[in-house]
Design a protein around this ligand. Sequence first.
Ligand code: OMP
Length: 264
Amino acid sequence: MRFMDKLKRIQEAHNTLLCVGLDPELDFLPEGFERSHRGVLDFNRAVIDATSDLVCAYKLNFAFYEAMGADGFNLLQSTLELIPTGVVTIADAKRGDIPNTSRMYAKAIFEVLGFDSVTVNPYMGLDSMMPFFGYHEKGVWVLCRTSNSGGADIQLLEVDDTPLYQLVASMVTRDNYAADVGLVVGATAPDELEQVRRIAPKHPLLIPGIGAQGGDLVAAVGASRSGPVVINVSRSIIHGPVDGIRARAEKLWSEINALRAGYP
Ligand code: OMP
């Protein structure tokens, strides 16, 4: 099944745009969880059990796993095994290198770990992304306008009067690839989100930045009117008492769906 079909199917089945970010930190594990890789796996299990019917995807940011050393790699694998079939998995690894190296990154993430999709960094150009784009049935999320304030340092620079993030959006959405290609645009940049939608009205967007980063939920949900959207929330769901995880996720699920219900 193509990646976009899998995403569409789960978004419809769970009536949701919500993606929970599984970004576990030992220092933020709630009471009752051992501060070890075993404790992290138990915590990820608790998050998945509490939210799997509310989400379309889980995004695992590799930094949080790599910081645990060799255990972290095993944790990526054992966490993936906990995610119910049908729910989309996103490897947030922000990869990209010379083609020969990207090929190995893509192999590790798609074939060894078996993720459905990956985030990639476009800075090294189209050929650095092509090894990821070559996979049928996989998704690739290209960083376009990131949610951090420093994203403006480079992404808003103009080349022949066009900001770089818009050139990235045009570049990667111009052609069809074996994989389904989407863009990452932070909810903290609502104006640019609108511009990206103008350039790529039908392409999938991965939108982080809601909650802890103060992003604009109305703008994020608004982007779903023309094409698919996945809204990622990490800290403001997974941090805090473990028995509040479901309530925090449900609140966002409801807010997102209330906004969607308001559209004609
Ligand atoms: P919270 O701010 O805790 O919801 O986490 C946001 C998650 O999305 C982290 O895993 C970030 O690394 C990731 N992210 C951004 O915050 N901003 C971006 O522009 C891109 C990403 C990403 O690629 O997912």
